[in-house]
Design a protein around this ligand. Structure first.
Ligand SMILES: Cc1ncc(COP(=O)(O)O)c(C=O)c1O
Length: 406
């Protein structure tokens, strides 16, 4: 949609608002299905943070299967909303949260918990034991509750002086994976059903930054070097676990930034994708793909300074992670606007400069894109679904639902 379309659609709205361009979302969804090349796509909820968007995508195509949640409380809430096949991608030791998951699993829902250590496994066993005590049932009896687990395999590829990857799971070899599997297999109330091997250094590092050929060259070479090791480690661990008797039902890998590589790995059965649906600007600079801006926010131009700058109300929605200018939101439409490097995107005021300031007057809207997809939804209570110059629908974000999980 162009600037005029957004302006017409939002004319009666009180700014700021967060918008969702329905047609762009659906085109991104089609592009993601094509990139998945037939492998199921698990929706990464942290990058969507809106129940109705998740439901829309799951209904839209059978290629979207299951949700990768970021919190056990979130998984329980999604389960209560009727969703199933929920993988909690990050471990938790909070007893009340684990108890809530176990209670859902006892009712026949599929919520898989992530583990990478004995401590995680013990906390889940304790939770199942509490459930058993409440029921007065025998855990070793056939048909009693079995909590499904997923093993988080670290796929970082460190170099001297550079940890090319993320600091998450300690399980980074066949030996450590087998040791944890044996520990899980000894618990009758648990079953290892999956492996998650997320190659963050390939999925999350841009390799096509503008005006930065040296960075692009270095990252391209590092990624090529890392890919070989990632594939070898993931395949070796999955095959060793199967040989040891693990009845793995899925192997999850990847993210928006690595889909082509991830789905080509024969050991991977499903790919996790979130950010590509909203097309946040952090993913503009990858060589292999380009998704459209499908979600963002609109600010009001509220004044014009003597120096020729326009100033918008609000806008300081900075993305998480290592701090850098790439984490700032970016003015998008009309084209020809930029942030001021000294002020950036401000807590309550965001000044803009550039040729497009000439054509804008106080009261006009400016469309912005967030650097990261889901974090946009932590700033707004609802998403306005726009199509054909009209607001067609409104859906509550997680924040709007009163669900702030982390
Ligand atoms: C475990 C895991 N899988 C997959 C992803 C990919 O998500 P996205 O497609 O939003 O980049 C992430 C993102 O950080 C992640 O933490």
């Amino acid at each position: 949609m162009d600037y005029q379309g957004f302006t017409r659609a939002l004319a009666a709205e009180t700014l700021p608002v967060a918008w969702l361009d329905i047609d762009a979302l659906d085109r991104n969804a089609n592009a993601i299905l094509a990139r998945a090349a037939g492998k199921p796509v698990r929706l990464v909820s942290k990058s969507l943070r809106n129940l109705e968007v998740i439901q829309h995508l799951l209904r839209r195509h059978a290629g979207f299967q299951g949700v990768m949640c970021f919190h056990p409380g979130e998984a329980c809430w999604l389960s209560e909303q009727g969703l199933d096949d929920l993988l909690v991608a990050y471990p938790s030791l909070q007893a009340s949260l684990l108890d809530a998951v176990v209670a859902q699993v006892a009712q026949g829902k599929r919520i898989v918990l992530m583990v990478d250590s004995v401590a995680h496994v013990d906390a889940i066993v304790a939770s199942v034991t509490r459930w058993q005590q409440r029921q007065g049932s025998d855990l070793s009896a056939p048909g009693s509750l079995v909590q499904p687990l997923c093993l988080d395999l670290d796929l970082s590829t460190p170099l001297p002086g550079l940890h090319f990857g993320v600091h998450r799971s300690p399980v980074n070899s066949v030996k450590s994976a087998l040791a944890l599997y044996e520990y899980i297999a000894a618990q009758p109330c648990l079953k290892l059903v999956g492996v998650m091997g997320y190659e963050a250094q390939i999925a999350g590092v841009a390799d096509n930054l503008p005006h930065n050929p040296l960075h692009n060259l270095a990252v391209t070479q590092l990624k090529a070097w890392s890919r070989r090791r990632v594939r070898a480690r993931r395949q070796a661990v999955v095959s060793a676990l199967r040989q040891a008797g693990a009845d793995l039902e899925f192997v999850n890998g990847g993210g928006t930034g690595s889909m082509e590589f991830t789905v080509a790995d024969a050991s991977v059965s499903e790919v996790a994708v979130g950010s590509g649906f909203y097309g946040s600007h952090y993913f503009d600079y990858f060589r292999q793909f380009r998704h459209e801006p499908a979600a963002g926010f609109a600010l009001e131009v509220c004044r014009q300074s003597a120096s020729g700058y326009l100033t918008c109300a609000g806008g300081g929605y900075i993305a998480s992670g290592g701090v850098g200018p790439e984490k700032l939101p970016q003015p998008w439409l009309p084209e020809g606007l930029e942030l001021d490097s000294l002020e950036g995107a401000g807590e309550v005021q965001t000044p803009l400069k550039g040729p497009a300031t000439q054509g804008l007057h106080p009261g006009a809207p400016v469309m912005f894109r967030h650097a990261k997809a889901g974090e946009l939804c932590e700033r707004f209570n609802e998403l306005l679904w726009i199509q054909g110059d009209k607001v067609m629908h409104r859906s509550l974000t997680y924040r709007g639902e009163g669900k702030v999980f982390l």
